[in-house]
Design a protein. Structure first.
Length: 191
């Protein structure tokens, strides 16, 4: 019988995450937890057992999304534009989960920093490869891509843009152009 309980717990957790992902996207990060439990088909106590705080729920959704990006990163590791493909995927999942990010408690600095470090590590190899291949400027590092993520997510959060895919495409074009290696003579003089 223990395996059935574990199986039910896994199913309940997945149902809660699916419900929270949908409701955060449609109603925002402040959606009542009771609505999430109801949508998931579980009791409030079950939700609380799996996710004691709203932040825990948001972090679990974010980490699931990040795991998908990690899978993609492994799949495209040998692609010439791996860093930009991964960046685009991260931006795309942020577009669908910007309201999830709003539920992450910035006061839980260690956990948020752990997520940031995991993302940075994910970008490390592809960024180094992009610099070696001459696709990325020699000065580009993981922090530049993290900054690009923060800028684009900030723009999406503040924008009432009806077509997030269009916004992502435009923003990625700007970022891609800014990160690309180019001959020294064509570098703009900003100083």
């Amino acid at each position: 019988m223990p395996s059935k309980k574990r199986s039910d717990a896994v199913q309940n957790r997945a149902a809660i995450l699916d419900a929270a992902r949908d409701l955060f996207a449609s109603e925002g990060a402040d959606v009542p937890l009771a609505r999430i439990a109801e949508r998931a088909g579980v009791g409030r106590a079950t939700l609380q057992r799996h996710f004691p705080h709203r932040h825990d729920l948001a972090a679990a959704i974010y980490l699931e999304n990040l795991a998908r990006v990690e899978d993609l990163a492994h799949a495209v590791a040998d692609e010439p534009d791996a860093a930009l493909l991964i960046l685009n995927e991260i931006i795309s999942f942020h577009a669908g989960s910007s309201r999830v990010l709003a539920a992450l408690d910035a006061d839980r600095v260690e956990e948020v920093e752990s997520i940031r470090l995991r993302t940075r590590n994910l970008l490390s190899g592809p960024v180094a490869q992009g610099r070696r291949d001459g696709r990325l400027a020699a000065s580009v590092d993981e922090e530049d891509l993290l900054l690009a993520i923060e800028m684009i997510v900030g723009a999406m959060t503040l924008s009432n843009h009806r077509e997030p895919e269009e916004l992502i495409t435009r923003a990625m074009r700007i970022v891609r152009d800014g990160l690309a290696a180019r001959p020294e003579a064509s570098q703009p003089n900003l100083g």
